[in-house]
Design a binder for this molecule. Structure first.
Ligand SMILES: [Zn+2]
Ligand SMILES: [Zn+2]
Length: 137
């Protein structure tokens, strides 16, 4: 549990039992998780608490949200560079149409998008849809 605790404290998140459980569950997943996915994996957790926990994680740069076009927001753990100031891991996400899982591709950075004058960007999401490594082989 020690390494889990330090992953929270290094993002200035107080390591409560609840947060440790949620973090532990997220670390075990190889794909991005929706709140419903997480709820199913952590039975004794109510949705409101889970939602609050994820929001704290997001605000402190521990997880990032992914809109993969499925209409369901998913969350994945961030790289260590993210903090309360912002998320610095603007990477591509891959949605597999076979297993319907969304994966972070942290090595594929989204290039800076130039917007026309007068347009202000709040966030950038880049989703590639296709067949993932496990489904394609
Ligand atoms: Zn797949
Ligand atoms: Zn990601």
């Amino acid at each position: 549990m020690k390494h889990l605790e330090s992953r929270l404290t290094e993002k200035n998140i107080k390591p409560t039992a609840m947060r440790l459980v949620v973090l532990d569950s997220l670390i075990r997943q190889s794909s991005a998780q929706s709140l419903t996915d997480m709820e199913l994996k952590m039975e004794r957790l109510d949705r409101v608490t889970l939602y609050r926990t994820i929001r704290t994680f997001e605000e402190n740069g521990l997880v990032h949200r992914i809109e993969d076009g499925s209409g369901i927001t998913k969350f994945a753990l961030c790289a260590s560079g993210c903090d309360i100031e912002g998320h610095h891991d603007l990477h591509l996400h891959f949605y597999c149409t076979e297993c319907r899982e969304t994966h972070c591709l942290p090595k594929t950075i989204i290039p800076e998008i130039k917007l026309p004058k007068g347009y202000q960007s709040l966030e950038t999401q880049l989703i590639v849809k296709g067949v993932c490594r496990s489904c394609g082989s």
